[in-house]
Design a protein around this ligand. Structure first.
Ligand code: SF4
Ligand code: SF4
Length: 428
C-alpha cells in the first residue's frame, strides 16, 4: 500500500531563524518559541520549506518524516500552534500560505552598515524626538550625575568638562531652540523633552513653555532635589500637552520626610532610579504609599552592580515570551534600532548628538539639523546598531526577538544583557 502523503505547512505568523546548524521558530501570536541545536537535517528541511516555490508548504510522507527524524518536530509544531499536517487525499490542492519572507536566504549577506541611499533631503524627516538639555546649571553633586544621563533621560550637570562653571554653566538660548524647531518643521516629532541641570533655574522657562505649547507633547524633567518649593508655575498651569516628570534617586531619599514631599508634588510621572537590591523594599514602600499609577523604575548601572542587573534586569526566556512581537516589529529590529532611531539630543554646550554615548554630530550654528541627520546615517550609524551586528548576539537565534541594544550595553560593554546566552553555541 503506498505511503500516505500530507501537506506540511507553517503558519504565516511563524518567524524562523536559521544560523548554521541551529534553528528557531517563533510564534508571533503567542510569543512562544521552539529552538533546535545542531539539527542539520531539520535546518535543510526548513530551508526547503522557505523556498519561494514552496511558500511554507511541503508535501511529505510518514516514511519521509520517520527517515529524517522529523516526527518529534511535527509534534512540537502542532503543540505550539505553528502549523500542521493535512491529508493530501482530503485536500489535493496545495494550501496557500503567505510566509513572512524570513530573509534566511539573505543571512549570508551583509546589511549595509550605513544607509547611504537614505541620505537625501528626506532624511531630515527621520527625526521623531528632540531632547534639549537647556541648562547644565546645578549645585548638587549626585554620584549618578554624568553616567545616569548616558543611560537614560536623567538630568546632567556636565561637571566633567573643565570649561564649565557648575553654577553659571552654559545653557541654550531660546532663539537656538526656536531655530531647531523651525528647521525640523514637518518632521513627525512626537515628543520634545526638556531637561537640565537644574531646570528650575533656567531663566527662559516661562517663554519656552509658551514656545512649545500647544504644538508639541512636551515632557519637563525635574530632579527631586531641586523642588523644595514645588514645580515652577509655568509647567503646571496652562498647557494640557505638557507633562512633568519627577526624577528620584532612591539611594538619596530621606524617609518619611521625603515621602510627604513626594505626595505633595503630584507630578504626572515619577521615575525612581534604583541600583541595588537593598533599595527594592524602599521602592515598594514608596509605591505602596504614593498610590499613583504613573511610576517608572529605572535601573542604573553604576559600574559595580552587574549582579543586581543579572538578577533584576537582564532578559530571560520568560520575559521574552511575555512580550509578544508581531512580524513587522521583528523585521524592524533586524534593520535598525527601534529604540534610538530618530532621536536627537541637543546639549547645553550646543553639541548635537544622535547617541549621548557617541561623538557629537556637530554644533548648533555650525551644522543644520539636516546635516546632522545625514552625518548620523552616513557616518555615525548609531540609529542602525542592531543585535545581529554585535558579538555574541549575532550568533544567537534570538537576535531579532531580544529588546534592541540600549545605552546599558554601551555603558557596561556587555552586549548579551540576558540570562539566556551561556556560551557561543547554546541557549539554556
Ligand atoms: S541634580 Fe541632576 S544635574 Fe544635579 S548633580 Fe544631581 S544628577 Fe546631576
Ligand atoms: S545573546 Fe544577545 S540576542 Fe541572544 S538572548 Fe542574549 S541578548 Fe538576546
Amino acid at each position: 500500500m503506498p505511503d500516505k502523503s500530507y501537506w506540511f505547512y507553517l503558519e504565516s505568523f511563524v518567524y524562523a531563524v536559521i544560523k548554521g546548524r541551529d534553528l528557531l521558530l517563533y510564534n508571533s501570536l503567542t510569543g512562544k518559541f521552539l529552538s533546535y541545536m545542531d539539527r542539520p537535517r531539520l535546518v535543510e528541511f526548513l530551508l526547503d520549506l522557505d523556498r519561494k516555490e514552496n511558500l511554507y508548504v511541503l508535501k511529505v510522507s510518514r516514511e519521509f518524516l520517520r527517515d529524517n527524524g522529523l516526527e518529534g518536530f511535527m509534534g512540537d509544531i502542532k503543540d505550539y500552534f505553528m502549523g500542521d499536517l493535512i491529508d493530501v487525499s482530503l485536500t489535493p490542492k496545495k494550501p496557500f500560505i503567505m510566509p513572512p519572507h524570513l530573509d534566511n536566504r539573505e543571512e549570508g549577506g551583509q546589511r549595509p552598515r550605513r544607509i547611504i541611499r537614505n541620505v537625501s533631503g528626506d532624511s531630515l524627516f527621520s527625526i521623531n524626538e528632540l531632547t534639549f538639555f537647556v541648562t547644565s546649571r546645578c549645585e548638587k553633586n549626585c554620584t549618578a550625575c554624568d553616567s545616569a544621563g548616558k543611560q537614560f533621560l536623567w538630568c546632567t550637570g556636565e561637571k566633567e568638562s573643565s570649561e564649565l562653571d557648575p553654577v553659571s554653566g552654559p545653557m541654550l538660548e531660546l532663539t537656538e531652540i526656536k531655530e531647531i524647531l523651525d528647521q525640523t518643521k514637518g518632521c513627525p516629532i512626537k515628543t520634545v523633552n526638556i531637561i537640565g541641570g537644574d531646570l528650575t533655574r533656567y531663566p527662559h522657562l516661562n517663554r519656552l513653555v509658551d514656545l512649545l505649547c500647544p504644538s508639541f507633547n512636551v515632557n519637563y524633567y525635574f530632579h527631586f532635589s531641586h523642588l523644595k518649593n514645588g514645580f515652577p508655575d509655568a509647567v503646571t498651569s496652562g498647557c494640557s500637552q505638557s507633562k512633568v516628570t519627577l526624577l528620584v534617586d532612591c539611594s538619596t531619599l530621606a524617609l518619611p520626610c521625603d515621602l510627604n514631599h513626594l505626595k505633595h508634588l503630584q507630578p504626572d510621572k515619577i521615575v525612581f532610579l534604583i541600583q541595588r537590591d537593598e533599595e527594592i523594599p524602599i521602592l515598594e514602600e514608596l509605591i505602596e504609599n504614593l498610590k499613583t499609577g504613573n511610576i517608572a523604575v529605572q535601573p542604573y548601572f553604576n559600574g559595580h552592580n552587574l549582579d543586581f542587573f543579572k538578577a533584576n534586569v537582564f532578559s530571560d526566556q520568560e520575559s521574552l515570551i511575555e512580550t509578544i512581537l508581531d512580524i513587522g516589529t521583528i523585521k524592524a529590529r533586524r534593520s535598525y534600532n527601534t529604540l534610538s532611531y530618530g532621536k536627537m539630543f541637543i546639549r547645553s554646550d550646543k553639541k548635537i548628538y544622535s547617541d549621548l554615548n557617541g561623538k557629537p554630530l556637530g554644533r548648533l550654528g555650525e551644522i543644520s539639523m539636516e546635516t546632522a541627520v545625514v552625518s548620523e546615517l552616513s557616518e555615525h550609524g548609531n540609529w542602525l546598531k542592531v543585535r545581529r551586528d554585535v558579538v555574541p548576539c549575532k550568533d544567537c537565534l534570538l537576535d531579532s526577538i531580544c529588546p534592541p541594544l540600549s545605552n546599558l550595553e554601551t555603558v557596561s560593554g556587555i552586549n548579551n544583557s540576558c540570562n539566556i546566552w551561556n556560551d557561543h553555541r547554546n541557549m539554556k
